[in-house]
Design a protein around this ligand. Sequence first.
Ligand code: MN
Length: 322
Amino acid sequence: MSNLDRRPAARQLGGLGSTSAGPALDLLPGREVLLGESTRVRRLLPTLGRRMVGAWAFVDHYGPDDVAAGTGMQVAPHPHTGLQTVSWLLEGKVHHRDSLGSDVQFGPGELALMTAGHGIAHAEQSPVVHPRYLHGAQLWVVLPDADRETAPAFEHHPVLPGFTSDGLTTTVLMGSFGGATSPGTAYTPLVGVDLDLVAGADVEVPLEPDFEYAVLGATGSVTVEDATLERGSMLYLGTGRRSLRLHSAAPARLLLLGGEPFDERIVMWWNFVGRSGEEIADYAASWQEESDRFGVVVGYDGVRLDAPPLPPVPLTARGRER
Ligand code: MN
């Protein structure tokens, strides 16, 4: 999926100004955003008060939506720079095509990881014949300055590591958790884990005290330490935690996201991450001119998305100094 907003806000993110120096338990309710004509998503990051969690800079939770009668997800070709997209499904199927020639359908439990680096274009659609329900999360990871011009790449990992213990089943999307390491390529120390709890589960999971964390509620209702996390909301957990207590009366699914606080300041606008307004304007112009930076999505039969008009004020990576 993508940012389909026709008037996207420019965001100045990163730096340590919004990183909690210790444990926190801040509820982020998310806000509803319309993608295209029919798909509603809940945007958890960025929000006004919380901009990044480690290198995770964008979190949309969508569904479960009944797409039996419709075309489901339909995101036309659009570009990305300077980030990775992490696509995670709980239900349904998505067909990914990109300008490298990747042509992959993926489903629940599989990782679709696209490294935009210097530049890539992709399209995402529900297959013509698709499951009834569509439910997932679209996540972006910001690339550090040293790697943000890396060559674009697409990875599909149909099988991911994890463990089952005390009513908890984990699937490691990115990074390492509980001794299991994802095959997905990461450029900063970070973690993304699906936590599947049976009814009555009461567990304590290990955390890295140097990481900052947040947890997204995907299904059910879970007691996280002293807070209640409902479906479609996120809890920011701060730093300095060595473990996290989870209790669920009914079956529930969570997504735990964390990483080393991201101290570089970035500019994020539409589907681009850069370091200055000039860079962002250059990316937008390159997309509109159909330059070689992004290429052409192979096999997509339709019209690509236009970049929205740039905001009237210059974009700067302003922020608190370390
Ligand atoms: Mn996208």
